[in-house]
Design a protein around this ligand. Structure first.
Ligand code: HSE
Length: 436
C-alpha cells in the first residue's frame, strides 16, 4: 500500500468563542483522528479572537493557541490559512472577513445575518482572490443544506422550497400545541432552557428564518431576493386559541419559510418568497417537526421532492458542520461559494398581495342573528368561498367564529376582512393565517 504523503497542517484563526465557537474548539481537540483520517492533515488552531481575554477562556484552548483582542492578529497572520468567523453581528464580522479575504485567507462562517444582508462584496472578493467562503453552519444547524444545494442537487432545477428554519419558534409552537402553554410561558421556558436569547426578536419575529431563507434562495435558484424586501411575519403573541382551533381542523401551526418559482405566460419567471405562520395538515412531515428541530423540503426537477430533517441549533451539531467546512478546505476543494458560476442576479418578485392560498380566519363576534350572514356576504363579495365553519358557544356573548376558505389571493382576503370590519360585527381584530 502506498503511504499518502503527510501534508502540512491547516492553520486556523477563530473569531468568537461563544456557543458554536466553544463547540468547534471541543471538536478540534476530540476529533483529531477523524480529521486526519478524512483529510490526511491536522487542523491546528493558532489564535482565537475574543472581546475580553480571561484565564477561563485561555484554559479551554489547545496548547500553543493564543487568545487575542486584535482582529489583525488573525487576518494579517501569514501563518493562518483559514479564518473561522463565529462572532455574529454584521459590522465587525464584515470588516474581519473582508480583510481576511484581502489577505488571501479562506473563510468559514455561520453568520446568516451578514450573508443575507450584506454579502455581495464578500462573495466578489472571495471570487477575485480565489478563496473559499463556506457557510454550512449558517442555515439549519446540522442539516447539510448548503452543500446539498451546491453539489449533489446542482443537476436539478429547484422549483420550490419550504422549511422550518427557526428552532426557537418551533419549540415555542410545539409547547403551545402539545402542552397547551400560552406564548409568553412557552417563550420564558425556551429562554430558561437556553434556546431563546434574552432579546428573542430575531427568532420570534421571523428575521432569523428570513435570513436563512435569503441564503437558501440564492443557493437553490441563483437569485438574489433583497432581504429588506422579504415579507416577514413571526409568531410573537400567537394566541393559544388558534393553535387549539387549528388542531380541531386537523392542522398544526408552524413558522414556515417558503420560496417558489412562478413560470409566467410570457416565458419569464418570478419568485414568491416569505416567512409566515401557517397551518400545516397534521399528516404532512412538516407538521411533525417538533421542538428545536428544523426541516427543509425541496422540490426539484427531475429529482422530485426531498425532505431533510435535523437539529437546527446547538453547540456541537452546528460546530460539526463548521468543522466539515474546514475539512473541505483541508482537502483542497475548489471555491464553489454560491453554487453558480456567474454572479447571482436579482429576482423578479411576486408581490405578497398576489400570493394564493387557502386561509384560516378567526373573528370574535356577538353570538346573534345576522352575524354569520354579514360575514359570509363580505367573503362572497370578494369571491372567497368558505370551506368549513365552527362557532364556539360560550357563556359570554362574544364568541370565536372560525372558518377556513378555499383558495384565494391575499389581496382578496385583506379586502374582504376590511369589509367585515366596516359592518361593525368585529369585537377584536381578525386573526388569519395561510394554510399550506
Ligand atoms: N436561533 C436559531 C434558532 C439558531 O432558534 O433556530 C441559530 O440560527
Amino acid at each position: 500500500m502506498t503511504q499518502q504523503a503527510t501534508q502540512e497542517p491547516l492553520y486556523v484563526g477563530l473569531a468568537g468563542m461563544g456557543t458554536v465557537g466553544g463547540g468547534l474548539i471541543q471538536l478540534l481537540q476530540e476529533d483529531k483522528d477523524l480529521i486526519y483520517r478524512r483529510t490526511g492533515r491536522r487542523i491546528v488552531l493558532r489564535k482565537v479572537l475574543v472581546r475580553n481575554v480571561t484565564p477561563e477562556r485561555a484554559a479551554q484552548l489547545p496548547e500553543g493557541c493564543e487568545l487575542t483582542t486584535d482582529m489583525a492578529a488573525l487576518t494579517d497572520d501569514p501563518q493562518i490559512d483559514v479564518v473561522v468567523e463565529l462572532m455574529g453581528g454584521t459590522g465587525a464580522a464584515h470588516a474581519l472577513i473582508s480583510r481576511a479575504l484581502e489577505h488571501g485567507k479562506h473563510i468559514v462562517t455561520a453568520n446568516k445575518a451578514l450573508l443575507a444582508e450584506d454579502s455581495e462584496a464578500l462573495f466578489d472578493l472571495a471570487r477575485t482572490n480565489n478563496c473559499l467562503l463556506r457557510y454550512e453552519g449558517s442555515v439549519a444547524g446540522a442539516i447539510p443544506i448548503v452543500g446539498t444545494l451546491t453539489d449533489p442537487l446542482a443537476g436539478n432545477h429547484i422549483v420550490s422550497l419550504m422549511g422550518i428554519l427557526n428552532g426557537t419558534s418551533n419549540y415555542i409552537l410545539s409547547e403551545m400545541t402539545t402542552n397547551g402553554m400560552d406564548f409568553d410561558g412557552a417563550l420564558r421556558q425556551a429562554q430558561e432552557l437556553g434556546y431563546a436569547e434574552a432579546d428573542p426578536t430575531l427568532d420570534v419575529d421571523g428575521f432569523d428564518a428570513a435570513h436563512k431563507l435569503t441564503l437558501l434562495i440564492r443557493l437553490a435558484f441563483g437569485l438574489d431576493y433583497p432581504f429588506a424586501s422579504m415579507p416577514v411575519q413571526g409568531i410573537r403573541g400567537m394566541d393559544k386559541r388558534d393553535i387549539a382551533m387549528a388542531r380541531e381542523f386537523g392542522y398544526r401551526i408552524k413558522l414556515i419559510a417558503e420560496a417558489r418559482l412562478h413560470n409566467e405566460a410570457d416565458g419569464t419567471t418570478r419568485l414568491e418568497a416569505g416567512v409566515f405562520p401557517a397551518l400545516v395538515h397534521h399528516s404532512f412531515l412538516m407538521a411533525r417537526v417538533g421542538g428545536v428541530y428544523n426541516a427543509i423540503r425541496l422540490d426539484g426537477a427531475p429529482s422530485g421532492p426531498i425532505f431533510l430533517h435535523g437539529r437546527g441549533a446547538g453547540a456541537l451539531p452546528t460546530a460539526s458542520v463548521v468543522l466539515s467546512d474546514l475539512l473541505a478546505i483541508a482537502r483542497g476543494d475548489k471555491p464553489n461559494n454560491t453554487g453558480f458560476a456567474n454572479r447571482i442576479v436579482r429576482a423578479a418578485i411576486v408581490p405578497p398581495e398576489e400570493w394564493r392560498s387557502r386561509y384560516y380566519v378567526r373573528v370574535m363576534v356577538h353570538d346573534e342573528s345576522g352575524v354569520l350572514r354579514d360575514l359570509a356576504g363580505c367573503m362572497a363579495a370578494e369571491n372567497i368561498s368558505m370551506a368549513q365553519v365552527i362557532q364556539k358557544e360560550n357563556e359570554k356573548n362574544v364568541v370565536p367564529l372560525v372558518f377556513m376558505t378555499h383558495e384565494t389571493t391575499a389581496q382578496a382576503m385583506t379586502r374582504a376582512l376590511q369589509k367585515v370590519h366596516e359592518t361593525g360585527i368585529l369585537q377584536t381584530a381578525p386573526v388569519y393565517y395561510r394554510i399550506i
